[in-house]
Design a protein around this ligand. Structure first.
Ligand code: 5AD
Ligand code: SF4
Length: 453
């Protein structure tokens, strides 16, 4: 039986795409392996958001190709955002690479790799290959602007990702995504509901609705009774029997209206967590970033959501060292972090991306300064995150059990509605169970609990 290895970098959208590719390999008679040294097809799903992510993927692929001398039939492929933005030029960097497929071409990965592997197994190469097949498919499909390719419902556990829209037309000045993921397009609600029903029938309890700007789902349709397409989709998903939890990521302050805030008050299956990218606490920097909102609006939305759902956990993305960011701008970001009291934040040092306006802006910040701001902000973020977790000790939470704890398989791991990991004693619970627990301890980022029944 041939085998495939898939490594994924980047966001949940990439995870979702990799799951889909993995499902196609399984359906095609392959087994999936964790060790690339034993795989006949080696794929890396790439991210372009920061240079570091690209360098990691290139480094890993280079090493794997170099290690394949004694297995010349192995098919090597890049897929995802870096493939989309760099295309054929990747063959110059790694001549042994066989296949490069872009973000609109995931559905082609299996057949391209499988036919190449069959050819090589039928006519085994006699010497180690120095040069791969160099097949590159990165252009959007004819209809890629109108639909998101068919989705095979995939489940890896009791929770699943469901892509509801793709693409981004915001053109934030630092971001490469609009050029790698294309224009915004939404899936028909009926398809999404059917997919989730099938997932639930297969044991899924929690879905995360995915989109680059998830709240712009169906943005061209007019609101009905003051409720946007996205809120109506949340309501329809909420109706599905057997589904216990709904999450979505990532929303954008643009188009984030009262109806979505209110959804937190009347949709109990909607989890008490939102990942809500802030990017900066300075209006001047937000404007340079081409983020079309002011800090005050961001803060007002956080307050309104917490009014609607008092235990809401808010996490965020923040970029430090954006071109022209002064010490004063940075301090405004730090103040905003204190003000919102985020449950956690991903802090990114600004990374210039080719073809984006910010890469050409004057006053680029030096690496040393970016690192200093990153470390300083991380201290603040961690202090707040640890305090917020500690405040949960003594509270009752319901956790969705995911399976054995990774560090101690005699215990179980689950997540609260706020998306906080909790370790519990084994008891009688199983993966997929919703278990009421009393939080007894916090060790910084992980919570511990004894079962309450
Ligand atoms: N440099 C640093 N961080 C970036 N992000 C996007 N583009 C860049 C960049 N060029 C961050 C944003 C976004 C997250 C997914 O990645 O904070 O929300
Ligand atoms: Fe990038 Fe901005 Fe679109 Fe997010 S909203 S994907 S940061 S351009």
């Amino acid at each position: 039986m041939p085998s495939a290895y898939i490594k994924t970098y980047g966001c949940q959208m990439n995870e979702r795409d990799s799951e889909q590719v993995a499902a196609m390999f399984l359906a095609g008679g392959y087994k999936l392996v964790d060790d690339p040294k034993h795989a006949d097809v080696v794929l890396i799903n790439t991210c372009s958001v920061r240079e570091k992510a690209e360098l990691k993927a290139l480094g890993k692929m280079g090493l794997l190709c170099a290690a394949s001398v004694s297995r010349p039939w192995v098919v090597f492929g890049f897929m995802g955002c870096m493939s989309e933005s760099r295309g054929k030029e990747l063959f110059r960097e790694i001549p042994r690479l066989d296949v490069v497929t872009g973000t609109h071409r995931f559905h082609r990965v299996f057949s391209l790799c499988d036919s190449l592997l069959r050819d090589r197994l039928n006519n085994p190469p006699v010497v180690p290959l120095r040069r791969g097949a160099h097949i590159c498919e990165v252009q959007p499909d004819e209809q890629a602007h109108n639909f998101i390719r068919d989705h095979l419902p995939m489940r890896t556990s009791c929770s699943a990702f469901v892509s509801i829209m793709q693409g981004c037309e915001m053109r934030c000045s630092y971001c490469i995504v609009p050029s790698t993921r294309g224009v915004e397009r939404s899936r028909p609600a009926a398809d999404i509901i059917a997919e989730i029903r099938e997932l639930v029938a297969n044991g899924v309890k929690e879905v995360t609705l995915l989109g680059q700007i998830v709240n712009r789902y169906g943005k061209d349709e007019p609101p009905v009774n003051g409720r946007s397409s996205f809120v109506r989709l949340l309501e329809a998903v909420h109706e599905i029997d057997g589904l216990e939890r709904i999450r979505f990521t990532s929303p954008h302050p643009i188009g984030f209206r009262e109806d979505l805030v209110r959804a937190f008050s009347y949709l109990p299956k909607l989890c008490s967590h939102i990942h809500f990218p802030m990017q900066s606490g300075s209006d001047r920097i937000l404007q340079l970033m081409r983020r079309p909102y002011k800090q005050a609006k961001y803060l007002a939305l956080c307050d309104a959501m917490r009014n609607a759902r008092p235990d809401l956990a808010i996490t965020t993305d923040i970029i430090v060292g954006f071109p022209g960011e002064t010490e004063e701008d940075y301090l405004l970001t730090k103040q905003a972090v204190e003000r919102v009291q985020f449950d956690n934040a991903f802090i990114f040092q600004y990374s210039p991306r080719r073809g984006t306006p910010a890469a050409e802006m004057p006053n680029q910040i030096c690496l040393r300064e970016k690192e200093a701001r990153n470390h300083d902000l991380l201290d603040t973020v961690n202090r707040i995150a640890i305090a917020r977790n500690a405040a949960l000790v003594g509270t009752r939470q319901t956790i969705l059990v995911e399976g054995p704890s990774k560090t101690n398989p005699t215990r179980l791991q689950g997540r609260t509605s706020q998306n906080k990991p909790v370790i519990i004693e084994q008891g009688s619970a199983r993966a997929g169970d919703l278990v009421p627990v009393l939080i007894s301890e916090s060790s910084g980022f992980t919570l511990y609990a004894g079962q309450t029944y």
